[in-house]
Design a protein. Structure first.
Length: 197
């Protein structure tokens, strides 16, 4: 059977397998390894264990699924990002784990906070935005000049402060406007305005 077209015998396990079960090796006449991928994997695993190195756990997964090394769950291929350099064409971590790592990295890089510190700030605010006291606190607010974290706000309040340029005077004028106090400038001469005190 080893002489059939598209089939080769593995020198380790002695089984006849299709060419797809063998890795490439250009120096051999047929361009394939002498042993199948499964035997090569088992040999590599036992060799690494004998050297005392950490070995990735071997798990039986159904076709079209992959084991996430971060969360330990078996998920379908649709739950993975593509990675052209990987042997199976998929990332080593599932989309959910990559997203969680991305959020944690963003907090640490931009604000110097861990997720636990951020959660502690949110719980000290009773889970609410400290400006509107209505929406849940989800966005870290910081001073753009000093980089100091001020608190955790809802999206609307955080973007409102940013759009007002982190300027306390602009916030006061906006509050006075909402309270009905006119802050309109008066025209003194053409092109010259006087702001109220």
């Amino acid at each position: 059977m080893a002489n059939q077209e598209g089939v080769k015998r593995c020198v380790r396990c002695g089984e006849d397998k299709p060419y797809a079960a063998f890795a490439r090796r250009r120096s051999n006449l047929d361009g394939l390894q002498r042993h199948c991928r499964d035997c090569a994997s088992d040999y590599h695993r036992t060799r690494q264990e004998s050297l005392g190195r950490k070995v990735r756990p071997k798990a039986q997964v159904p076709e079209g699924h992959k084991l996430c090394l971060k969360c330990g769950e078996v998920k379908p291929w649709s739950e993975w990002h593509r990675n052209a350099t990987a042997s199976d064409g998929l990332s080593t971590r599932c989309k959910a784990c990559r997203a969680a790592e991305g959020r944690a990295g963003h907090l640490l890089r931009n604000y110097g906070l861990t997720e636990a510190e951020r959660d502690e700030m949110v719980s000290s605010q009773m889970g609410l935005c400290i400006i509107c006291l209505k929406a849940p606190a989800a966005h870290v607010d910081h001073c753009h000049e000093t980089g100091k974290v001020r608190g955790v706000l809802c999206f609307n309040c955080n973007s409102a402060i940013g759009k007002l340029g982190d300027d306390p005077d602009a916030v006061r004028r906006a509050a006075a406007y909402l309270e009905g106090i006119a802050w309109k400038p008066t025209l003194v001469a053409p092109g010259v305005y006087r702001l109220p005190s």
